[in-house]
Design a binder for this molecule. Structure first.
Ligand code: SAH
Length: 355
């Protein structure tokens, strides 16, 4: 099979430079040998570790949040529970275990998982034993339905394609990827980019050389979620690592728990970018939903009672609980870089965790 790099090189030679978004989509999702299409990238033996893989407490807190939102919309007898990018299914397994005593909740759930990775779909099927999931390849493939929506996405938006703009002397140019001496390299579009119109206002202070990022794919997904919630009721919880301010490049590659060069080996490393929560929140608001946050993951989990849960687990003889708790909530670890954003319909009370 041609490698993704060979494929990109011949495409660029034939059709010209590609955007960072095209590159990310090829490297991560679009081809059978894209990074997220097979194999398990998670865990100590993989490329990176996520919050649900650090401790069961993470998924338990999110379960409590979801069950509380189900009650906040009147404990409907049917609800669509959707997870975007469920990884190994750990978050959901912990969330479902933590809420099994909430009367009527599990009976109401119709479970839908959005996942493009066949290996992970199988792991998810093994992890989730008490409900029968339906799998889809994108949010837009979910059945249209009148039932309310509960949605959770942890470390999903950071893998969606972004485009990058670089400030010139007078205007913004798009950062593209071209072939230079057989290798993939960043270049700048010669003309000014119309995408500049999408940049948040605080990029007006940019100096020549500064880089800004926009993620049309993330904004379109957020709009689809928020519209559905505004129309059918429901709640979405998005957790991810967020940008502070609009300026600065954040595209990064990680392989074997180490930083790698993003253009070096497409398909062989994870690529991600910091999530622009401020713009996601604006899009959800314009789509007619109510928005809470973003707040730091540490503040969110603490408000939900993770410290009490840690105490209870320790009392039962749980191991390494303090270290896991610190990793999830300490400001110098995941506590502030990671953020939570809630999107709900306008007819319900404010959600827990966003005081
Ligand atoms: N939420 C999990 C996994 C995060 S990794 C956790 O916190 O552990 C990202 C997840 O999203 C993986 O399950 C990956 O296979 C899936 N994924 C990545 N890009 C995707 C896309 N474009 N469409 C659907 N799923 C995708």
């Amino acid at each position: 099979m041609t490698t993704l790099k060979q494929r990109l090189v011949s495409r660029i030679r034939g059709l010209g430079p590609v955007t960072v978004a095209d590159f990310m989509s090829e490297a991560l999702a679009a081809r059978p040998n894209s990074y997220y299409r097979s194999g398990d990238p998670l865990g100590a033996s993989g490329d990176f570790i996520t919050a649900p893989e650090i401790s069961q407490m993470f998924g338990e807190m999110i379960g409590v949040w979801l069950a509380e939102r189900w009650q906040a919309i009147g404990s409907p007898s049917r609800v669509m529970l959707v997870e975007l990018g469920p990884g190994r299914g750990t978050l959901l397994a912990d969330a479902l275990r933590a809420t099994r005593k909430v009367a009527g909740f599990h009976e109401a759930i119709e479970l839908h998982l959005v996942e493009i990775n066949e290996t992970l779909r199988q792991t998810q099927a093994k992890a989730i034993t008490t409900l029968t999931p339906h799998w889809h390849s994108s949010f837009n493939e979910l059945p249209s339905s009148d039932v309310p929506l509960l949605l959770v996405a942890n470390e999903f938006f950071d893998a969606l394609p972004i485009r990058q703009l670089q400030r010139g002397e007078r205007d913004w140019h798009e950062r593209l990827i071209d072939v230079v001496d057989e290798d993939l390299r960043f270049v700048l579009s010669p003309g000014s980019s119309p995408l500049a119109a999408l940049l948040p206002r605080d990029t007006a202070s940019a100096k020549p050389g500064d880089i800004a990022e926009v993620s049309p794919a993330s904004l379109a997904l957020m709009q689809a979620i928020a519209e559905r919630i505004a129309r059918r009721r429901g709640a979405a919880l998005i957790v991810d690592y967020g940008r502070a301010g609009a300026l600065g490049p954040s595209l990064q590659a990680v392989a074997n728990h180490r930083r790698a060069e993003p253009l070096a080996a497409p398909g062989e490393a994870d690529l991600s970018a910091l999530v622009d929560f401020a713009t996601l929140a604006r899009v959800a608001d314009q789509a007619g939903a109510a928005v809470f946050g973003p707040v730091g993951q540490g503040a969110f989990l603490t408000a939900l009672g993770i410290e009490l849960r840690a105490k209870a687990l320790k009392a039962k003889g749980g191991k390494d609980i303090d270290a896991a708790l610190a990793r999830l909530i300490a400001p110098e670890q995941m506590g502030t870089l990671f953020k939570a954003l809630a999107v709900i319909d306008k007819n319900q009370s404010p959600p827990a965790g966003f005081a």
